[in-house]
Design a protein around this ligand. Structure first.
Ligand SMILES: Cc1cc2nc3c(=O)[nH]c(=O)nc-3n(C[C@H](O)[C@H](O)[C@H](O)COP(=O)(O)O)c2cc1C
Length: 172
């Protein structure tokens, strides 16, 4: 077998990877005086000192192409009350209208913070690396916050598992 060959197809790869549960974020940026954003599950914390985070957009993503020139982005961690936003910001070909009827305010870099997100992490772009058919975007955190007031209720995160959305419950 050559180094690149494998005995599975990409459908099987996706199915098995879907068994790893992730949180759900909407990564946003301001470009050409309007907000942009897309649903991203590949968000991860990278380094504490310096404070670095990262995510992986697909090569050729319309949204990433629009936002990369801004050199900044904001990661919004969705709550279990925001599953509508998860699907809305994941639909291809809707890039221009995703923020219709979505309330937000600017983070320090100007990137949108979505109202009622569980947490937001505002970043400048440090590095971008090609990784197969995705890019790895490394961001330096400039500001962040969590636990905004959700009418006195502690917000719970949205969870993506095997292609479906669910919630989180603590068990000790
Ligand atoms: C739960 C969930 C997680 C996703 N995570 C990613 C991701 O990490 N990287 C990515 O490129 N696309 C991811 N997507 C798909 C993108 O949201 C989608 O392809 C994108 O919004 C399409 O817009 P675009 O054509 O403007 O890029 C995810 C979709 C969902 C529903």
């Amino acid at each position: 077998m050559s180094e690149d060959s494998h005995e599975f197809d990409s459908a099987h790869f996706r199915t098995v990877m879907g068994h790893f549960p992730t949180g759900v974020t909407v990564v946003t940026a301001m470009a050409e005086d309007r907000p942009h954003g897309f649903t991203i599950g590949s968000f991860t914390s990278v380094s504490l000192d310096p404070p670095l985070v990262g995510f992986l957009p697909q090569v050729g993503s319309e949204t990433w192409t629009a936002m990369e020139g801004t050199r900044s982005f904001c990661v919004n961690v969705l709550s279990d009350q925001q599953s509508d936003l998860c699907w809305k910001f994941a639909k291809s070909g809707t890039e221009a209208s995703r923020f219709d009827s979505v309330n937000w305010h600017p983070a320090p870099t100007g990137s949108p913070v979505l109202d009622r997100a569980v947490a937001w992490i505002d970043c400048t772009i440090e590095e971008v690396h090609m990784m197969g058919d995705h890019l790895f975007v490394l961001g330096r955190v400039v500001a962040l916050d969590a636990d905004a007031n959700h009418d006195g209720e502690p917000p719970l995160p949205l969870v993506f598992y095997r292609g479906a959305l669910g919630g989180f419950s603590a068990e000790g």
